[in-house]
Design a protein around this ligand. Structure first.
Ligand code: SAH
Ligand code: SF4
Ligand code: F3S
Length: 450
C-alpha cells in the first residue's frame, strides 16, 4: 500500500548521471514519488529526500556519486528529516559496500528495484535501519508501462533491459543484468497511449535494441514495422544499435517506413582495428563493420551516422589507433562520442596486463576529437540553404524562437509561435553549424504536415 501522506510537505530532488536508461528511470522514480505526494524541487537544499541516480560506465561518474554526497554530508545535522539514497548502476554494483563507505546514506537500490522505491522510502522515514535492494529480477518477464508525468512531444520508451554481450571493457552486463525484452503487445499499447497523450516521437531505448526479441519471436525489424503500421506515432528513433545485430531486414524496413523511422543511426564502432575489436569481444571485424555501414548507406541514402569510440584499450598500439583514426576518414560520422578506456570492476579487460599509459590515451583522444571537429564542420556546411521537415518540440531559450529536430536528429532553431510545438513544418536552413541549424519556417500557417 502506497503511503500517500509520506510525501506531503516534502520535496524530492534527483540528480541523474549516465545514459537514457537512467534518464527514463529518474522519470519513473519521480512519477512513483509524486503518487506519494512528494513534490519535485529544483535544488537539493530545498529537498527532504535526495536521490542520486548513478552511472558506473567509467570511473569518473562513479566519483561524482561520492563528491555529490560529500556536499550533503553536513545537511542532516540541520535537517533531521533529510533522507539520502543512491540508485542506478553504482548502487547495483556496490550494494551494501556503498552504505558502509558513505555513512550519511540511508538507502541504496539497484536498477531492477525502481518499482520498490515507495516502500524503500517509506522504510527510510519509518526506521533508522539502512536498506539495500539490489536483486536482479532475471526470472520475471520484463513488463513495465512507460511512466511519464507530463509527456512532451518526444518520449523515451524502454524496449529491452540488460545486456548479454559482455564486451570485455563494459560493466553494464553486471549493473543491468541479463537481457530481457518487453512484449510486442505491451509496446504497441504503451506507444498508442503515449500518442493519445500528445507524444509525436518515441526513441526506443535499450543497451542493444536490435537484439530485441519478444516472447512471440518478433525481432527488432518487425517491431519497427509493427509500430510504424499499427500506431500513429509520427517519428521513431532508437538507440543503441549493435553493429553485429544490424541486418538487411532492418535496413529494408527503415527504408520502407522512412517517413516514420528517422534517418539517424548511432552505430558504436569502439575501434577501427580488428585485433582490438576481437579483444573487446565486439563480434565484428573492421571490414564487417564497414560492410554494415555500406549496407545501411546503400539502403537508406543520406542517413546520418554517429558512433562511440574507446581509445587506449589495453594493448592498443599506435598502429592500431591509426586504424581508428582512419575509420573517421572512411565513414565520416557527423558525430562521435570518444572516451579514454577506463578499467571497470568485474570486467575481463580490467585484468589485461598491458594497460595503456594515460598520456597516450589522452593524446589519442585529442587527435580524434580535433579531426572529428573538422569533419563535422565539413559535413555541416551542405545543410545550409536546404529545406527540411522539422518537428518542433519546445520553446527555445532564445526569445521568440522554438526548437525542433530534423529526421537526422539535427537541432533546429527558428522564429515561430508556441502553437507550432508538436507540429511538423518545412524549414529553410539559413545557417548551419555542426549540430545546430538555424532556419526560417516556410509554411507557418499550413495544417500539420504528417
Ligand atoms: N550498449 C552500447 C554502449 C553502452 S555504454 C553499445 O554496445 O554500443 C556507452 C559507451 O560508453 C560505449 O559505447 C563505450 O564507448 C563507452 N564505454 C563503455 N565502457 C567503457 C569503459 N570501460 N571505458 C571507456 N568507455 C567505455
Ligand atoms: Fe556494454 Fe557491449 Fe553490452 Fe554495449 S553491447 S552495453 S558495450 S557489454
Ligand atoms: Fe551508466 Fe548504467 Fe547507463 S553504467 S551508461 S547508467 S546502463
Amino acid at each position: 500500500m502506497l503511503n500517500q501522506d509520506l510525501g506531503r510537505g516534502r520535496g524530492v530532488y534527483i540528480s541523474t548521471y549516465g545514459c537514457q536508461m537512467n534518464t527514463n528511470d529518474t522519470e519513473r522514480m519521480l512519477a512513483l514519488l509524486e503518487m506519494m505526494n512528494f513534490v519535485p524541487v529544483e535544488s537539493p537544499d530545498r529537498a527532504s529526500l535526495i536521490i542520486i541516480n548513478s552511472c558506473s560506465v567509467r570511473e569518473k561518474p562513479v566519483h561524482k556519486v561520492r563528491s555529490e554526497v560529500g556536499h550533503y554530508k553536513d545537511w542532516k545535522a540541520k535537517n533531521p528529516d533529510l533522507r539520502i539514497g543512491v540508485g542506478g548502476c553504482v548502487a547495483q554494483q556496490e550494494k551494501a559496500k556503498l552504505l558502509k563507505d558513505i555513512p550519511v546514506l540511508d538507502f541504496a537500490f539497484g536498477t531492477d528495484a525502481i518499482d520498490q522505491l515507495p516502500e524503500i522510502v517509506a522504510r527510510a522515514y519509518e526506521s533508522k535501519e539502512k536498506q539495500v535492494s539490489a536483486r536482479f529480477e532475471n526470472d520475471k518477464p520484463y513488463s513495465i508501462e512507460t511512466m511519464v508525468r507530463n509527456p512532451g512531444v518526444a518520449a523515451f520508451v524502454n524496449i529491452t533491459k540488460g545486456c548479454d554481450n559482455f564486451c570485455t571493457f563494459c560493466v553494464v552486463p553486471f549493473t543491468r543484468g541479463r537481457e530481457r525484452s518487453r512484449s510486442l503487445k505491451e509496446l504497441v499499447t504503451d506507444i498508442k497511449s503515449l500518442v493519445a497523450r500528445g507524444v509525436r516521437e518515441v526513441t526506443l531505448i535499450g543497451q542493444n535494441v536490435n537484439s530485441y526479441k519478444s516472447e512471440c519471436g518478433t525481432d527488432f525489424a518487425n517491431l519497427m514495422r509493427t509500430l510504424a503500421e499499427e500506431t500513429d506515432i509520427q517519428r521513431i528513433r532508437y538507440t543503441t544499435s549493435h553493429p553485429k545485430d544490424f541486418n538487411q531486414e532492418l535496413v529494408d524496413i527503415s527504408a520502407k517506413y522512412r517517413s516514420k523511422i528517422c534517418d539517424y543511426i548511432h552505430l558504436p564502432a569502439q575501434s577501427g582495428n580488428t585485433e582490438v575489436l576481437r579483444r573487446m569481444n565486439r563480434g565484428y571485424s573492421r571490414e564487417e563493420y564497414l560492410d554494415k555501414v555500406a549496407m545501411i548507406r546503400q539502403g537508406i541514402p543520406g542517413v546520418v551516422l554517429s558512433t562511440d569510440i574507446i581509445v587506449g584499450f589495453p594493448g592498443e598500439t599506435e598502429a592500431q589507433f591509426e586504424d581508428t583514426r582512419s575509420l573517421l576518414e572512411t565513414v565520416r560520422y557527423e558525430n562521435i562520442y570518444a572516451f579514454k578506456y577506463s578499467p571497470r570492476p568485474f570486467t575481463k579487460a580490467a585484468r589485461y596486463t598491458d594497460q595503456v599509459p594515460e598520456s597516450d590515451s589522452k593524446r589519442r583522444l585529442q587527435i580524434l576529437l580535433d579531426r572529428q571537429r573538422e569533419i563535422a564542420f565539413e559535413l555541416g556546411e551542405p545543410y545550409s540553404g536546404q529545406t527540411y521537415d522539422v518537428l518542433f518540440e519546445v520553446k527555445a531559450q532564445i526569445p521568440d524562437q522554438i526548437q525542433g529536430r530534423t529526421t537526422h536528429n539535427k537541432l533546429v532553431y527558428a522564429v515561430g509561435p508556441d502553437s507550432l510545438i508538436g507540429q511538423t513544418r518545412r524549414v529553410h536552413v539559413t545557417k548551419a553549424f555542426p549540430n545546430v541549424l538555424h532556419g526560417e519556417i516556410l509554411n507557418q500557417n499550413a495544417g500539420a504536415l504528417l
